[in-house]
Design a binder for this molecule. Structure first.
Ligand SMILES: Nc1ncnc2c1ncn2[C@@H]1O[C@H](COP(=O)(O)OP(=O)(O)O)[C@@H](O)[C@H]1O
Ligand SMILES: [Mg+2]
Length: 558
């Protein structure tokens, strides 16, 4: 990162010095050529000036290129670390930080960033003005102060309206996106006009706020232009006055005017881009904080590879509160649980009781507030993330597939996975047959622009993904939610097969069908778990929704 910044500073120095070509040329024309009427000198001087200006143009191109390069480098340095951070257990990184990194990237590639490098040369131009004559120096300095004051007043006067506009614009954009994104729901329920009215309401509010912000801006825009052009004229007039009084050489009048304009330019640009600069600064700070978390997590990476686990999964005193405040809701409360290799444990309970939260904790997707989950005697956090990931197959309730092909999704994007292992996983998850019917089989792209899969198809591919590494422990959250009875039978076969292979399985479900093969059944209620005695195990009725009595205990009606 340092290299391009230093290069940018160096090229900026050259550019700023070359800015003096025009004023110097002008004074030379006045001082040497007009008195001597030498055509050769004029030609030579003009040639030199043209070459210097060509170099200046080149330098400006290089500055732009360097800024773009820096922006690309920033993104490449930051994004992979943020995305991979979870592997090192860096917790507390908000997903919005990716957007923040994009803000920084955009800013680095913008002219506002390049203009910052012109600021240090401001004293050079101001000094030259003082050198020409102190009065001209003071006039320019006053113009600078005036410009800053005018811009700050503008900022201050339009801030509230500007913020209101940004808020309303965000709401309008969100409403538009939601309505267009969920077209089918809107169409089916005839919500189009109502959504359009809602959008219009936000858009009108944004336009209103924009109007008052714009009025302030327009006023100050005029004032800014007046200050700049007024100063330029004042410098000319003042120069003429000084020349008449014999205090300054006539050749300096126009040169001084150019240099004073040059001195004001970066101020005007930087102050004009102030909002973008402030936003970029905040974004830089947020990204830095996230990266500090990553660095700390990376430094704590003393975890060594452990023996391949047999699949003893045990939770002790497990507690999870959503948030850090004292009154944060406790979703899982002082819970103990264990499952052994070759066992299927089912977790049932009313919705909202904390089943999914428990399964997230057991799989390592969430870190507990207190208590621990151990895999073969070692805490989940002591396992190297890659090894733990391979030892665990997890399927979330709202499972997600990623942009890529079916095969890549099943292989967990492991480039070293063999075709045979991918097909074996799909066969074990009973997904092979339906994958054969997809337009390009295993190479069918899914995700944006790809093929649309049904809920049950997504679940089967997600199950294949969970099984791909032949994990010792399977954690499945309502894996039958979108399956028909045939799919459910297939799932039961898969689970029985996994048990026979000595795998430990934890499955959350609200249907009785899966309970038939469970070795133990637990009831989750209000964040607490208790084992159900096996004789009270509900009689399985395939595909049937588990009837729950008022207290959430399943009745044994078939
Ligand atoms: N990140 C979260 N922050 C706050 N509350 C949450 C969060 N995740 C889940 N909950 C709440 O925790 C409770 C348990 O949710 P969940 O574990 O999904 O239950 P289940 O899977 O049994 O339906 C619900 O009331 C849910 O609204
Ligand atoms: Mg759930």
């Amino acid at each position: 990162m340092k290299g391009p910044v230093i290069a940018l500073a160096a090229f900026s120095a050259v550019a700023n010095v070359l800015m003096l070509v025009s004023p110097i040329y002008m004074t030379q024309v006045y001082d040497r050529i007009l008195p001597t009427r030498s055509f050769e000198t004029l030609a030579a001087l003009s040639l030199i000036a043209l070459v210097a200006l060509a170099v200046l143009g080149l330098v400006e191109t290089v500055r732009q290129t360097l800024a773009r390069k820096l922006a690309a480098r920033y993104e490449l340095a930051v994004m992979p670390r943020l995305i991979a951070a979870d592997d090192d257990g860096a917790l507390g990184i908000e997903p919005q930080v990716a957007a923040k990194a994009q803000t920084v990237k955009r800013f680095l590639a913008s002219s506002a960033f390049i203009n910052l490098f012109d600021l240090p040369f401001l004293p050079l131009f101001l000094g030259l003005m003082f050198l020409a004559h102190p009065l001209l120096g003071w006039a320019t300095a006053a113009g600078m102060v005036l410009l800053v004051v005018v811009t700050l007043l503008n900022e201050w006067g339009s801030r509230r309206a500007g913020e209101a506009m940004a808020r309303a614009q965000a709401l309008a954009a969100r409403t538009g996106q939601d309505a267009l994104g969920a077209r089918e729901d809107v169409r089916a329920m005839g919500m189009g006009r109502a959504m359009a009215a809602r959008w219009t309401q936000h858009a009108l509010a944004a336009a209103d706020a924009g109007e008052s912000a714009g009025r302030v801006n327009a006023r100050f825009y005029g004032l800014t232009r007046f200050v700049r052009q007024g100063l330029q004229t004042a410098v000319l007039g003042l120069g003429a006055f000084l020349v008449i009084h014999g205090d300054m050489a006539a050749s300096l009048i126009f040169a001084a005017s150019i240099v004073s304009a040059r001195a004001l330019m970066p101020i005007e640009q930087v102050v004009g881009a102030w909002k973008a600069i402030a936003e970029a600064r905040r974004a830089v700070r947020d990204v830095r904080q996230a990266l500090a978390l990553v660095t700390r997590a990376e430094a704590g990476r003393t975890r060594i590879d452990l023996p391949v686990p047999a699949g003893h999964l045990a939770a002790k005193g497990l507690r999870y509160a959503a948030g850090n405040s004292a009154d944060a809701p406790v979703l899982v409360d002082d819970l103990s649980f264990s499952v052994q290799p070759g066992q299927i444990a089912a977790v049932i309970g009313p919705s909202g009781s904390g089943k999914s939260t428990l399964l997230r904790l057991l799989s390592g997707a969430l870190a507990p507030s207190s208590g621990e989950v151990r895999l073969d005697r070692f805490k989940l956090s002591d396992w190297p993330s890659v090894q733990r990931g391979r030892a665990l197959g997890y399927m979330a309730q709202q499972t997600m597939l990623f942009e890529g092909t079916v095969a890549q999704n099943i292989a967990r994007f492991d480039a070293t996975a063999t075709d045979a292992s991918i097909i074996a996983a799909a066969e074990r998850a009973q997904a092979h047959d339906f994958i054969a019917t997809l337009p390009q089989g295993y190479n069918t792209p899914i995700g944006p622009g790809g093929v649309r899969l049904s809920g049950g198809q997504v679940q089967r591919i997600a199950l294949a993904r969970a099984l791909h590494t032949e994990p010792a422990v399977l954690v499945l959250d309502e894996p039958n939610a979108h399956l028909d009875s045939t799919g459910e039978e297939a799932l039961i076969c898969t689970l029985a097969d996994q048990r026979a292979k000595g795998r430990a399985v934890v499955v959350a479900t609200h249907r009785t069908s899966l309970l038939a093969i469970a070795d133990s059944v637990y009831l989750m209620e209000g964040g607490r778990l208790r084992p159900l005695p096996m004789q009270a195990k509900p009689v399985p009725g395939r595909g049937q929704v588990l009837p729950l009595a008022g207290n959430g205990v399943p009745t044994t009606a078939a």
